[in-house]
Each structure stands twice: as C-alpha cells, then as structure tokens.
Ligand binder design. Structure first.
Ligand code: UT7
Length: 339
C-alpha cells in the first residue's frame, strides 16, 4: 500500500543579531539603495561568535518547535534529514549532531547537499520513505550559517550582502488519506553550471596547505575559499527554471495556476519572486516573501517562509501550497502540497 506524507508541524529559528544594509556599508563599498533595489533585502541575521549558535544548533532549535507543533515525540522519529551547504564540520554531517542533541534513539540520519534546493530535495527523500511505508515520522531540517564564511570586503560585495543565517524544520508524518499532504515533488540538476555558484575550497581540489602556499607566493588571483556567484547568469537561469518546475508540478496534478493558494519561492532575490508572480499573474496574497528581513538563507529559506506564512494564518487546511527553489548545482525543484 502507498501512503501519503503530510506536514504535521513546522518551526523556525533565526539568530537575534540583525545586520542592516547600513551595517554592511561600514565594512565594504555598498549602500542600502543598491541592495534594496537589486535584491529587496533590508536586513539579515548573522550568528555572533559568542551567541552559542551553529548550523546544527539552529536546526535543533527549529526542530524542537516543529516537533511540539506536530505533537510528535522525538522518540517516534524514524529518520532525520538535514539540508545545508554550511555544516558545522566537513564531516560528519549535521544530521548525526541533531540526533545526539535531541537525544533521539539510534536512527538513520541523511545529509542533503543541494544548496538552495536542499529543503525540497529533502522533502522528496522523506516523501519516498513515508509513501512506501518504510518510515512513519521524518524530521527534516534546513539550516545555514553563512555569515562566518563570507568575504566582507568590497571584493565580496556581490555575494556577501545577499546571504543570511537561520533554520527551518518540518515534521513529516504518514497519512492514510489519499490526496492529503505532499501531492508531488519534482527535482532537477544540471552540473555543467556547477562553478557558476560555488565555494571551491578548502576541499580535496584545494587543500588548506595548498591555499596557504599559493597565498604566500601570490599565485592565487581569486581566493577559492569564499563563495563565487555569476549573478546575472544565475538570475537568468533561476527565472526560467522556477517557471518550468512550477508548471511541471501543476500539470502533474492536473492543477491550474488559479488553483494555487500560496506560492513559497526560495528567497533568492525579491526581483526573481516578483518576476514569477507577474508571469503567473498571482496576487500579493498568493506569494509569500520575507527576503527583506532575512536575505537568502539557502536551505533554510523555504521552511522559514513556510513557517511564517503559516503562523500569520496565510496557509489554511486544504490550501494548495506550491514550493519552488533554484540554486547552486544548478539544482531546482518544486513540491505541491494539499495542506
Ligand atoms: O539562491 C541561489 C540563487 N541565487 C540567485 O538567484 C541570485 C541571482 N542573481 C542576483 O540576484 C543578482 O545578479 C545580484 C543581486 C547578485 C546582483 O545584481 P545585478 O543587478 O545582477 O548586479 P551586477 O552583478 O550586474 O552588478 C552591477 C554593478 C557592478 O558595478 P559595475 O561593474 O556596473 O560598475 C557591481 O560591481 O553593481 C556592483 N555591485 C555592487 N554595488 C554596490 C555588485 N554588488 C554590489 C553591492 N553594492 N553589494
């Protein structure tokens, strides 16, 4: 028998430390007008060294809220899925840290490495395990600590003003009601564009001693241990892929654009969200954005936005909720949910 997957509870956590555009303009040659006009971002949250947060810890804070709202005990979690591009350690992944921090019994923990599409990839993985009856309750987390790894000089301004820290989580559970919960997920990737949005080192391609040696000898032109983004190229691909993958999900379910009650796009750039909104002729009430407050939190952006939309009463039982993401890889995907 095939089961359905429903979202039983969601939660979010963002660090307290608010970093405004004006704060950034004290560190690099940028300004509030440029950032707002090009991205829609007004402020973002950054972990402070002494505030006790990390990618795994923020994930745990969001997960505790999701578990409580789902009314699911940590002891009933069968699988942990953790999506991030900024793990606490190179290895092991954050999934096992969460298992330990939440004192969850021995269970599988999967780490998902699909950047801005990480939450949708994770949702799809969870859905397959629940649908087939293998697991009943899955804890899915998307969490990012970008701030410690950004180039805060003028050289890095095209990337550093965009990204913020935070975490979102969902408890996914088995339902016997056909047509309830996740109706579909569609996933894609195109590795030929991998280096258009990437953090190359330190890695097995650029070990730390090599980077230090190259720096000493002045060989390194672009420091490979800060993220690189070909902004305009990524932007063009994003608007195309967002549209395609939303349409793919709708068509798969025999739905029309007018059936969408709420679209939660990955918060990459307000201009991208507005482009999609215009293209699909959606009203302001049908699209949720919070990039102005948090910037781009990558794998955390969809669960944070989903949580806030739900907390604000903008998602109700029976609503058709569409999630869509695009990012580094390139990877992209969508999920259609009957809430
Ligand atoms: O989440 C994963 C997916 N990510 C995305 O989808 C992001 C896609 N890309 C974007 O959102 C945009 O391309 C950016 C926001 C990253 C950049 O906006 P843009 O309109 O594409 O600007 P640009 O890169 O073409 O730069 C325009 C100018 C340049 O100056 P010149 O060469 O025209 O003199 C940049 O050096 O703006 C300059 N610039 C800045 N100026 C002030 C770049 N960053 C900044 C900055 N402050 N922070």
């Amino acid at each position: 028998m095939l089961y359905q997957t429903k979202i039983a509870g969601i939660g979010k956590y963002v660090p307290e430390n608010v970093v405004t555009n004006d704060d950034l303009s004290k560190l690099m040659d940028t300004n509030d007008a440029w950032i707002q006009e090009r991205t829609g971002i007004k402020e973002r949250r950054h972990i402070k060294k002494d505030d006790g947060n990390s990618t795994a810890i923020m994930g745990v804070k969001a997960a505790k809220i999701a578990l409580e709202r789902a009314n699911v005990s940590k002891d009933d979690i069968d699988l942990i899925i953790f999506a991030t591009l900024s793990p606490d350690y190179y290895f092991p992944g954050c999934g096992v840290q969460v298992q330990e921090m939440l004192d969850i019994h021995t269970c599988p923990a999967i780490d998902v490495r699909n950047q801005c599409s990480g939450f949708i990839y994770g949702l799809s993985v969870a859905d397959q395990f629940i649908k087939t009856g293998m697991y009943k309750n899955v804890l899915l987390i998307g969490s990012e600590n970008h701030s410690g790894g950004l180039d805060m000089s003028t050289r890095g301004r095209g990337v550093s003003v965009i990204f913020g820290d935070g975490a979102g989580a969902a408890v996914l559970t088995r339902s016997n009601h056909i047509g309830e919960g996740i109706l579909s997920t569609h996933l894609h990737s195109q590795g030929k564009h991998a280096l258009e949005l990437a953090l190359e080192g330190p890695s097995t391609m650029h070990w730390v001693p090599e980077i230090i040696e190259d720096q000493k000898s002045g060989k390194v032109k672009d420091i490979p241990y800060y993220p690189y983004m070909n902004g305009q190229f990524v932007f063009k691909n994003a608007v195309q892929r967002f549209s395609e993958v939303i349409n793919e999900g709708l068509q798969h379910n025999g739905l029309e654009i007018s059936d969408i009650d709420m679209l939660i796009p990955h918060q990459a750039n307000l201009r991208i969200s507005q482009f999609i909104q215009k293209k699909f002729k959606l009203s302001d009430d049908q699209v949720y954005n919070n990039i102005e407050r948090y910037g781009n939190t990558t794998a955390a952006s969809i669960p944070i936005a989903l949580t806030e939309a739900w907390e604000e009463g903008k998602i109700k039982s029976g609503d058709k909720v569409v999630l869509a993401a695009f990012g580094s890889g390139f990877t992209w995907g969508s999920a259609i949910i009957n809430w």
